[in-house]
Write a protein that binds this ligand. Sequence first.
Ligand code: ZN
Length: 448
Amino acid sequence: MEPTSESSMDDSIKDLTGLDAEVVSICRDLIRFDTSNFGGRPDAANERPAADYVMASLQEVGYDPVLHESAPGRANVIVRIEGEDRTLPALVVHGHLDVVPAEAADWSVDPFGAEVRDGMIWGRGAVDMKDMDAMILTNIRELARRGIKPRRDLIVAFFADEEAGGTYGAQWVVKNHPELFDGAEEAISEVGGFSTDIAGTRTYLIQTAEKGVAWTKLTAKGTAGHGSAINPDNAVTHLAAAVTRIGEQEWPRSYRHSTTALFEGVARISGTTFDPNDPEPQLEALGHTAKWVRSSLSGSVNPTVLNAGYKDNVIPSTAEARMDIRTLPGVHEETLDLIRDLAGEKVDVDYHHQLISLEAPSDTPLVHTMGDLLSQEDPGCEVLPYMLAAGTDNKAMYELGIRGYGFVPLRLPDDLDFTGLFHGVDERVPVSALLFGRRVLYRLLTEY
Ligand SMILES: [Zn+2]
């Protein structure tokens, strides 16, 4: 592919100066590192070149960051910035350097070209989450250049492998170098802080909760034999029945305090009445964002892989299925117990990869500071909590007792289907949103 010539750029970044120019340039540089994570193996991604870039950016302004490789090429960068008041708990600010793969043929641009078109930076990672990585990096470089100390210690981390559950990233760092997070009680990271239009009011959603994950293998065992025999102990039949029972199970709608607060807030803003038995008016008011919010109202189970047999006339002795289970905070164990019951006695259930669900309080000084800063930078806006149906590296932080939030402040155009950009084709971030987020985050990092 031809390198992008500057003449194909639109004018939205031409006149930028100072930190505005810097955050755009760092974001584009990071997108150009292909850190695609194919998952499941130690060599499924190579974050090292991007991590080296982050190391150099930090060292250039006088920081002394550390780089830890969990496997060859799987690099994590961490730096602690000393605060004014060391009696305050430290704040962890973390991003991930890996991205999900991109099928270039489906895209209108080179997914790793970081082109600027229509006032947006296009490329894999533009919103997940090289935008935030660039905001963090630009802001802490500025602190060092100006000799400004934040109020409290900041522990800034750029992790590998978030897109495959953090085994070689946050989970590994937390397990092998927990001392790096000494004194931290709260963390901020991705998938929250973006704006969405609710009945004409720009509303920022701060992520205060995440669903849990259990990737699950079902194995049915039976009696192998000739396909012509009558066989009441057929592994494929046992497995199919279990998959059907689990797949057709209805998971009841259930509100956690984050979802209740969200729905009450949306009702107030949109002038509708919140009835927990009928959340449709509020979901309608949420527009594009309803896709995500709907999945935060109940658990879910999706059978994803089936494997059995090798020949038409041979009954196999085993059959295997895989499932992606997502649980609401507080009911992870009971959900897994129910699935084991539904699977029945002929089917073994192995929850081979589990990540906890999280719910952090939304009535805290940190969340209030986020809300105050957003209101000052975007007067008239509303700020509400929400639960992410997916997961982030905040799950790893929780292992150390650190409460995590999603806060990447982005002031977005009302008609942009932002949630559709995550892991999507033509992922892109508005330049104006990146500049807005950089400003808000700078204030949070210095004032909180
Ligand atoms: Zn992400």
